[in-house]
Design a protein around this ligand. Structure first.
Ligand code: FEO
Length: 171
């Protein structure tokens, strides 16, 4: 069942997703400040996706008869070495998110709350894509190295990312 213990952990994940949004918003701003408008767009789309993730937890907690406990969101870093550093930090953060989703999934099973277990499956799958995207971009950036032309070409590619809103606000 949807126990208080499980709901508390779901609230923690809501906070994690809000922090993710905050982190990528900060990265978007930094990328724009160093002239990488495509990367700024990529991280802005990432921010929007994280807000969707956060709202999924927000709506789910209420749908189970509990209420959210909105906690302070930690300040994200505001300075980065370069784009490679930003994507390495992004991958490390997403690996942390994956482990927190796995912990939640384990708890949902331990508490025998099958509805929450099903709800979390979307996130389990989503994390595969999130980490894969980051690994691909890290690989490209390592190949590019100090080649400015290569970096600008990649920046143009990052400019094409588009945020696709979910079909409903609750999705
Ligand atoms: Fe909401 Fe990037 O995981």
């Amino acid at each position: 069942m949807y126990t208080k213990k499980l709901s508390k952990k779901m609230n923690k994940q809501l906070n994690n997703e809000l922090y993710s949004a905050y982190l990528y918003l900060s990265m978007s701003s930094y990328a724009a400040s160093i002239g990488l408008k495509g990367a700024a767009n990529w991280f802005m789309v990432q921010y929007q996706e994280e807000m969707v993730h956060a709202m999924k937890f927000f709506n789910y907690i209420n749908s189970r008869g509990e209420h959210t406990e909105l906690a302070a969101i930690a300040a994200p870093p505001t300075e980065f070495v370069n784009l490679l550093d930003m994507f390495q930090q992004t991958l490390a953060h997403e690996q942390f998110i994956t482990s927190s989703i796995y912990e939640l999934t384990d708890l949902a099973l331990a508490e025998k709350d099958h509805a929450t277990h099903i709800f979390l499956q979307w996130f389990v799958t989503e994390q595969i894509e999130e980490e894969e995207n980051d690994r691909d971009l890290i690989g490209k950036l390592k190949l590019i190295g100090d080649n400015g032309q290569g970096l600008l070409l990649l920046d143009n590619e990052l400019a094409t990312r588009v945020f696709v809103p979910p079909p409903t606000a609750a999705a």
